[in-house]
Design a protein around this ligand. Sequence first.
Ligand code: ADP
Length: 417
Amino acid sequence: NHSAHYLGIDFGTSGARAIVMDGDRQIQSQITVNFTGKQDGEMWRSALFDLLIQIPPAQRQQIQSIAIDGTSSTVLLCDHQGHPLTAPMLYNDSSGAGVLDQVKAIAPPHHTVISTTSSLTKLLWLTQTTPLPSSAPSHFLHQADWLSFLLHGKLGASDYHNALKLGYDVENLCYPDWLQQLEVPVRLPEVFTPGTPIAPVSAEMVDRFGFPSHCLVCAGTTDSIAAFLASGASSPGEAVSSLGSTLVLKLLSRTRVDDARYGIYSHRLGDLWLVGGASNTGGAVLKMFFTDEELGDLSPQIPSDRPSPLDYYPLPKPGERFPINDPNLLPQLEPSPENPVEFLHGILESIARIEARGYHLLQELGATPLTQVYTAGGGAKNLAWTKIRSRHLGIPVTPSEQTEAAYGTALLASSQV
Ligand code: ADP
């Protein structure tokens, strides 16, 4: 259906973006809104409506389905009508650290919810510190759940990507016994497969934005999974390396791998698993020594087909989790040659070595062997680095087809993933 359009909406850390995609996966519009001031429900709502109103009306009328992604573990409490009762707790908010012992007491050892920033920790903290209305049940929702609710009006639906860090059992598709036994004074969301239609857009949204009345709002996902989906990776063995401030690896696998020692965990993706690990090395170290302009000028001068003799472990500060678990690991950036091209070559080569070691570890722990690596993030455009990485990985390395999370979420809405 060539006139069918699909809308993906991404709520990231610093702004929100909408992408309208047609049935041939071509982008028809792309709209960005930057966040200003403090994030709360009111601000999210106006950012969402701001994006929607900027989509050309003729395209809005063609939209068959919509999905929204949000930052993982960004949550809030709302009343039975969906009005926020609290300011949202953002992905990196660790003010619930005081209840971590309670989380440890109920969750299985090494579970991914055992963290000061997990959704479960935030749930316990919020319900113990927020006065709740007694007249009707309150709801606990993730950012993407609440924003989707604004569109379809059905309160209490989530997806199993957002719900992973709440403790949802993605293997058996249920809340595990230990979580069901937990007595919290709020309702937890019903959890759906990402991309599943939840409900049509509400009459109010049809009136306001001119969506077709059959337009469906689908269960969403998290921003980092959406970015993975955008890459075009879809077969077991395909992976995406994100070369941003940190180095994040995600490998599509037939088998699930979880290892708390290295911070490795798996998201479910249909019948497959998305196995991920994150290193503290990455662009933040490059930024300490080079401007983006210098990186652009110096990189083409690197003899990328020859290995650098420099063996570094670039870190912005001591401590590493993956692929080496050592909270005291020291940055290793010596000796530093006078020639900046040689120094940069040494750093890029060393990060490439860590990337290869990371994929090696994921496979050693049982993930499907690597066949192809796509690249996202600020380092993706660096061709010299791509060659160096391909040499270390021994397989093709290509830039991602698309890197915008909103594109991945539009694919999810079109059920093409
Ligand atoms: P994040 O969103 O994680 O902060 P980005 O994906 O925006 O990061 O990437 C920013 C990083 O990319 C910076 O740390 C910067 O040093 C690095 N970077 C920018 N240009 C280049 C380049 N040409 N080669 C390698 N790295 C680069």
